[in-house]
Design a protein. Structure first.
Length: 220
């Protein structure tokens, strides 16, 4: 994906990952180029409606790739994913399920906020999915966590049903393991403690696909 004739300078954090052989040099340059492509993307009309493109955040070689629907108002302003009330709930549930900060890269199906947080159209998802695909191919996560129905629909080859029919199940998607979970915004809207419990439980199922016996002591 990268133009090898002019790779450019890597940010210090990516240089460190290359030096420690966490990323290859090509992956690091691809990552920089992908960020630039997202920032300059004009594939759909959303690009001139958003304040910031939200590329994603986290460890670029994380074992878990969390994918939500699209940026909300706070994400649009900050340029960071999952920073609003629903994002705080997601992180709380993640940590309760055993995850740590370095375990995850957070992203969304769309990199731009749809007006008034409306549901993305199929056309918008189709035009933005290649950005997500390249993120996935560079990260090479061990598990994709589809946060909400839009993320599930974007990845899943299965017939479309309600998310509740799939949540917590392991699904094969493009050669990756994928686990759908409730979107925290839905959990907040229901005002049901059961949904919080289910979210923690399903996040735990995804975690167990990488750490079936719990996190090794060497990782503590």
């Amino acid at each position: 994906m990268v133009d090898e004739s002019s790779p450019g300078e890597l940010p210090e954090e990516l240089k460190d990952l290359v030096l420690t052989e966490v990323m290859t040099e090509k992956e690091a340059h691809d990552w920089v180029q992908l960020k630039s492509r997202v920032e300059n993307c004009k594939k759909c009309s959303l690009h001139h409606m958003c304040t910031h493109k939200v590329f994603g955040e986290g460890f670029p070689k994380a074992p878990f790739f969390f994918v939500g629907e699209s940026p909300g108002e706070k994400e649009d302003v900050s340029g960071r994913p999952f920073v609003g009330k629903s994002g705080r709930l997601l992180r709380k549930c993640m940590y309760e399920a055993g995850y740590r900060k370095g375990d995850v890269f957070f992203s969304n199906v769309l990199k731009c906020r749809p007006p008034k947080n409306r549901k993305p159209s199929k056309e918008e998802v189709g035009k933005c999915f290649l950005h997500l695909w390249w993120q996935m191919e560079i990260i090479k996560p061990k598990v994709i966590v589809a946060v909400g129905s839009t993320a599930l629909d974007a990845f899943s080859p299965k017939p479309k049903k309600a998310l509740g029919s799939y949540r917590g199940d392991k699904i094969s998607a493009y050669g990756y393991k994928l686990v759908p979970v409730w979107h925290p915004s839905y959990v907040l809207k229901t005002h049901q403690s059961l949904r919080v419990t289910e979210l923690v439980k399903d996040l735990g199922k995804a975690f167990a696909l990488v750490y079936p016996d719990g996190r090794p002591e060497t990782d503590n």
